[in-house]
Design a protein around this ligand. Structure first.
Ligand code: GDP
Ligand code: MG
Length: 587
């Protein structure tokens, strides 16, 4: 196919605005798959996505469309992850495209993720066609939403395509818009050394690691030995193909084309999104811009509830690692929780696991007085304070879109979390707020709180920005004069007392009475900043009921608790495991 007849595009949308439904429609109406196939092939591969309601792995499809002008075009639809944690991946997927469809729910209007994704698309110089979906809904207000798109994003929405992805209305207009309003790929040089971008990768149990590539220059062929320039690894290519969306092998992929390769790559961790792929014996001289190695920014300890499940947990960690280049883990043992793992994640999403047992912690940069910098993944490993010059912590920029009536509460929440307001404007009746926040203050329950104080109406998106110096101190917790490592955390000095007090109060509620008095203390260095005492058990005391709220994490806990309840002994004190988790919820 000549380049003039190729279109590489993505669909960007806020979650639930209809991206997947539109993608399925496009596949179906171009005859990519029979309806029956579609159910099995496309949807089944998205099981996890369905479960979580988000797109996890990018999927890509090559469609053949015969336009009204009689010409046949190859349309490569590159799917992007839909979750806020994947801004970098989204940005790389978009950079493999020339254009994007901006799908906005005509009843909901522009949301936080719509904005974040459309800015990523504009950063990548993409041509954008606005598409108003769900116009079948009685609540649809296409004219108002068009105005929003113009006002907030600054895109001309006068020729927005109006569709119902659900009923199929307007799908042909979308296809025509792709062909006529999005540009073809730039001419590459087929004779030049291979230069291709690694757009995505995932683990397939039959094929091993599958790599999605976009060729810029040269040719990618079976039998070639390729080199990944960012990771400096080389592999022989054993398959080259395209997704129709079934995987079909082809002889070669040339400039402007998109497809997959397999190359006996063992782990997804060996492939980095955004990396440049070249031929080993004939290398291109320059890497593609924007490559960033995946680096976990949040760490937490995971421990099995039952020590006998340790091996199962280890196997599960191994499987996660196979499939997620940003996930890392190493063994950890804790006096409180036994043997487990310290795991690194990309952001907030992955922390929704059943196993969380210690406070998630961001990666701090500890600048030591000798000039060296230590990355701290676990507050328990904090060096002696006298050796520390200063500490830096990661910050994010959060974008929140909320109905006006919840604005006050949201500002208070951001303010409490050490937020710095950078923008406040209006999108129709909704407020658009931008805040800079320390990631540390957002990893745990920020999103849950935001949803609950806005009755679910606020939408949220964030991006990592930079490391900044902060007045951070390690707060330790002592139960009956014994330090409990799993509960220690880094906190901002101004927050230490409040957090310490809250922690002591909560532990007092959660640790059952014993036959003796138990002091609970929060301390910075040797200095106690908060203290509670659990009184000694009296005969007439009925069974202490463990307090706490009925939040979702709590429910997970109850599930874990079924069967056996695990107590950890500290000196002479038994601490129920749920006390650890409940105590770490910060409100
Ligand atoms: P995604 O999160 O952007 O991928 O959104 P989905 O494609 O999963 O759609 C979210 C929900 O909106 C699903 O329940 C769809 O059935 C529904 N939906 C999608 N398109 C339309 C539409 O045109 N009209 C109506 N009424 N519902 C739609
Ligand atoms: Mg979807």
């Amino acid at each position: 196919t000549p380049l003039s007849h190729i279109r590489n595009f993505s669909i960007v949308a806020h979650i639930d605005h209809g991206k997947s439904t539109l993608a399925d429609r496009l596949i179906q109406s171009t005859g990519g798959l029979e309806l029956r196939d579609m159910k099995e092939q496309v949807l089944d591969s998205m099981d996890i996505e369905r479960e979580r309601g988000i797109t996890i792995k990018a999927q890509t499809v090559r469609l053949h469309y015969t336009a009204k002008n009689g010409e046949t075009y190859v349309l490569n639809l590159i799917d992007t992850p839909g979750h806020v944690d994947f801004a970098y991946e989204v940005s790389r997927s978009l950079s493999a495209c020339e254009g994007a469809l901006l799908v906005v729910d005509a009843a909901q209007g522009v949301e936080a993720q719509t904005l974040a994704n459309v800015y990523l698309a504009l950063d990548n110089d993409l041509e954008i066609v606005p598409v108003l979906n769900k116009i079948d809904l009685p609540a649809a207000e296409p004219d108002k939403v068009k105005e929003q798109i113009e006002e907030v994003i600054g895109l001309d929405a006068s020729e927005a395509v109006m569709i119902s992805a659900k009923s199929g209305l307007g799908i042909e207009d979308v296809l025509e818009a792709i062909v006529h309003r999005l540009p073809p790929p730039k001419e590459g040089d087929r004779a030049a050394p291979l230069k291709a971008m690694l757009v995505d990768s995932w683990y397939d149990s039959y094929l091993g690691v599958v790599v999605l590539v976009r060729v810029i220059d040269g040719e990618l062929k079976k039998g070639q030995v390729i080199r990944m320039m960012g990771t400096d690894a080389k592999y022989p290519v054993d398959r080259v193909g395209v997704f129709t969306p079934k995987m079909v092998q082809v002889d070669a992929l040339g400039p402007g084309e998109l497809g997959f390769i397999t190359a006996s790559i063992k782990e997804v961790a060996d492939t980095r999104v955004g990396d440049t792929i070249t031929e080993d014996k004939r290398r291109t001289t320059t890497m593609l811009p924007g490559f960033k190695p995946a680096q976990p920014v949040v760490f937490c300890g995971l421990f099995p509830v039952d020590a006998a499940d340790f091996d199962d947990l280890r196997a599960a960690m191994g499987r996660l690692r196979l499939n997620d280049a940003s996930f890392s883990f190493e063994m950890e043992s804790s006096a409180a929780l036994g043997f487990g793992f310290r795991c690194g994640f990309l952001g907030l999403l992955h922390l929704e696991l059943d196993l969380i047992a210690t406070a998630p912690s961001v990666v701090y940069k500890i600048h030591l007085t000798d000039g060296s910098i230590q990355e701290l993944h676990n507050p328990a490993d904090m060096p002696d304070v006298v050796k520390i010059d200063h500490i830096e912590e990661p910050w994010i920029k959060a974008t929140i879109l909320t109905p006006d009536e919840y604005l006050g509460n949201i500002l208070t929440l951001c303010q409490e979390r050490r937020g710095i307001q950078v923008d406040l404007s209006y999108v129709g009746k909704r407020a658009l707020v931008a805040y800079e926040l320390p990631l540390n203050e957002a990893i745990f329950d920020f999103y849950d709180r935001l949803k609950s104080i806005s009755k679910g109406y606020a939408s949220f998106d964030y991006q990592m920005t930079e490391y900044r110096e902060g007045d951070l101190v390690k707060m330790g917790i002592l139960v009956n004069a014994e330090p409990v490592d799993a509960l220690s955390m880094l906190v901002h000095r101004n927050q230490a007392e409040r957090r310490g007090r809250a922690m002591c109060e909560k532990l007092k509620e959660l640790i059952p009475n014993h036959l003796f008095k138990i002091p609970i203390q929060a301390a910075i260095g040797g200095k106690v900043i908060a203290r509670e005492t659990i009184s000694a058990l009296r005969k007439d005391v009925t069974a202490k009921c463990y307090g706490g709220d009925a939040s979702r994490k709590r429910k997970l806990l109850d599930k874990q608790k079924e069967g056996k309840k695990r107590m950890r002994q500290f000196g002479k004190v038994d601490i129920p495991q749920e006390a650890f988790i409940a105590a770490l919820k910060m409100d």
